[in-house]
Write a protein that binds this ligand. Structure first.
Ligand code: KG4
Ligand code: ZN
Length: 343
């Protein structure tokens, strides 16, 4: 099945063409980062307007790069939620327009489901596996027993991991979104220089909490206002990143142990982090765990990642059709019942 996929849940206007849920023919991402950086974060109204300006061009480019015509498409998958409602609506309306115009089926997908299945575009992973999804809006651990079969094991009680990276970056004077820049500076720093707290490390749950860590960085900066540059900044970035990674790795290991699962998938924008990738690889090595992390381009927001679930649902269900609405909040565990209505 030749699918067009569209993603506009936050600040990336993205479209892709994928064959049979695996073969990526194009994957176009138009980032709005430069626009939002001026405000220190995503401004929802500006994001919606920018999606409207870009969506037609991005879809056209996805088709052109893939070398296919609109008439060749056999289905459409679009992000339905969770995300910024105005931003989601732009992608959803574009998808409905094309589906109605071409008379092809449409399915609305969960953004986090797309992130955690992105790995299938590069390799097959056997079920069951544990998925750690770490992005700007999510820090969740799931047990995945099949497509559409997700059980939440733990989640953040406050800030998401990406949010923590971005907020700490802001404290350090690094422009939004600062995750990738912290990663780069941390590479030159000493992770043992400042001992930041590891929140909830030993609480026995599989939950996360990152807002206290952000406050710890703020208190440290108040005591050492001169550490926002040079080697001291590199050391701060490395020390903060080490604290986040220690917690993410320990909780992922605990989820594997609690379920007896032998496979781990790490996904979402924060899975680009080089320190996290290294730390997860060494934990997996020590514990005999099969670890899979997508290439960075498939970790951060993109449209190709929708094709895995999109292809599956369109084969097994009717999809949501033209009555689909966007949803700002949507627990992943509720995905199967919602889509099952159409199955
Ligand atoms: O998955 P994503 O592209 O969008 C959401 O669904 O949120 O994730 C974006 C998040 C941002 O918070 C960004 O700072 C973070 O991922 N991020 C990183 C890195 N690259 C992106 N965080 C740490 N290290 C990185 N290399
Ligand atoms: Zn995302």
């Amino acid at each position: 099945m030749l699918l067009l996929t569209i993603e506009t849940s936050c600040d990336e206007t993205a479209a892709a063409v994928v064959r049979d849920g695996r073969q990526v023919l194009s994957n176009i991402v138009a980032s709005q980062i430069a626009i939002h950086a001026e405000y220190g974060g995503v401004v929802p109204e500006i994001a919606s307007r920018r999606h409207m300006e870009s969506i037609v061009q991005v879809v056209d480019e996805a088709l052109r790069t893939a070398g296919v015509a609109m008439a060749d498409l056999e289905g459409i998958a679009v992000t339905r939620g969770p995300g910024l409602i105005g931003a989601l609506l732009v992608g959803l309306c574009a998808a409905k327009g094309i589906a109605a115009g071409r008379g092809i089926p449409l399915v609305g997908l969960h953004h986090i489901e797309s992130h955690l299945l992105a790995i299938f575009l590069e390799q097959e992973v056997e079920f069951p596996f544990i998925a750690l999804v770490v992005s700007g809006g999510h820090s969740h651990l799931y047990e995945v027993t099949g497509i559409g079969r997700y059980r939440t094991l733990g989640q953040t009680l406050d800030d998401a991991a990406g949010e923590a990276f971005d907020k700490v970056a802001k404290l350090l004077g690094i422009p939004y979104p600062g995750g990738a820049e912290i990663d780069r500076l941390a590479d030159e720093g000493n992770p043992a220089q400042v001992r930041f707290p590891r929140p909830l490390l030993h609480d026995g749950s599989l939950n996360f909490s990152f807002s206290g860590l952000k406050t710890a960085v703020l208190s440290h900066l108040r005591q050492h206002p001169d550490q926002r540059s040079g080697q001291a900044l590199n050391d701060l970035c490395a020390s903060f990143q080490a604290a986040v990674c220690d917690v993410l790795v320990a909780k992922a290991a605990a989820a594997l142990a609690a379920t007896g699962c032998q496979r781990l998938v790490v996904a979402g924008g924060v899975a680009c982090n080089s320190g996290l990738r290294r730390a997860m690889a060494s934990m997996a090595d020590r514990n005999g765990i099969e670890l899979s992390i997508p290439s960075p381009g498939l970790c951060s927001d993109n449209a190709a990642m929708l094709a895995v679930a999109g292809d599956w649902y369109l084969r097994h269900c009717h999809g949501g059709g033209l009555g689909l609405d966007a949803v700002a909040t949507w627990p992943l565990d509720a995905v199967t019942p919602a889509l099952a209505e159409d199955c």
